[in-house]
Design a protein around this ligand. Sequence first.
Ligand code: FES
Length: 271
Amino acid sequence: MATVESSTKVVLGGRRGGPDVTTLRQDRWWVQPVVTVSVLTAFIIYSTWAAFQNKNYYVGATAHRDLISPFYSPCLANSCLPGSSHGFILHGWNLSPALLILLFPLGFRMTCYYYRRSYYRAFWWSPPACAVADAHKTYSGETRFPLIMQNLHRYFFYAGLAFNVMLTYDAFRALRQPGLGWGVTIGTLVLFANATLLWMYSISCHACRHLFGGHVKSFKKHPFRYWFWKVMTPLNAKHMNLAWASLLFVAFTDVYVRLVASGALTDYKLF
Ligand code: FES
């Protein structure tokens, strides 16, 4: 039986995978990068459009509801719709309130270890898949600006926690039905599901795991950290799934609130 022999010259700092051969893989390795590009591009287009809309992001007292889109919470601008603000207003900001806050969830996702792997592969082909050569001649990793900024991930993680608290508060606020009392609608469940997925995404973060499990010489002396580390480690293994689920659901939540606010959809009361 004939054997195929190949050798790849490795040049430090050069194109990973070698200068001559792109790949020997014969499977459809390109499917995953194509799907990633499609979903992330669709999300970026939709969220940018939604952020600039500056309307239909809140369903308030006139509809006996208290539902706010996660893209607009906390609503801090002068222009916030009546009832949508959480009490603190940045006077002088008259553009869309979403533009004030998007940097934080966006920074959290952009610097996420999983998304980095994903979009480096999908958008930059660096490398596009395992055992497929880089599309670039050189590789400098994350040692220079702007990619060195990826090291800010742990700080975006803390900001993400503050947003999770806010969105959980919004979900509880959605139990309030002005003029009717308290109850649960489809919208309430959507907001609770969104907050839950965002918490699971944050808790499964590698920076979170390091926060509880890193720098510990003996877990015996840190029983709470050990308990939490054991709870979140299985979630950490599912970080990729949680990253996609929470991303898609946050967009779905905005769509839901937007449709109800515009009158295209009824937010049915369950009890
Ligand atoms: S590693 Fe993905 S959110 Fe931290």
